[in-house]
Design a protein around this ligand. Sequence first.
Ligand code: FEO
Length: 166
Amino acid sequence: MAISKTMSDALNTQFNKELNSAYLYESMAADFYAGNLPGFAVWMTTQAGEERVHAEKIHHYLTENGERVYYAAIPEPQAEWKSPLAAIQGALAHEKFITKSIHDLVRTARKEDDIATETFLGWYVTEQIEEESTAQSLIDKLEMVGDNRFGLYQLDKEVSTRQQDA
Ligand code: FEO
């Protein structure tokens, strides 16, 4: 069954949101490098890589269905955060925005009676649970460390080992 124009446009919007997410996380990585926290920078770069995979999956799905993607302008991301905690809180807020966006896409698929796309989106629904949980657990650790510079140094080493899993 062909994908409707409404569904295809909605998937295109999500494709660009995923690229936008990658851009935001690369900007956070740059701020972490500038703040002498290379481990957090690696963590964020890894996150940005996962976002590009999220975008690529949509690209592939649309192409497989005889549609195509359109690249939209990406707004300039925030460049600086007042603390590592503020940055990761920003990342969590962004992930919650993306989760809502994915859920809206599922509602669109249901309205369009597009069972294939609804099934395809199931992966994203599950992935968003992980995305929010990963950010939240880093927030928890940062709150535990508080103002302790040595604790932050240790945590920076710990998060540097993150590997892309998407
Ligand atoms: Fe693609 Fe982090 O959601």
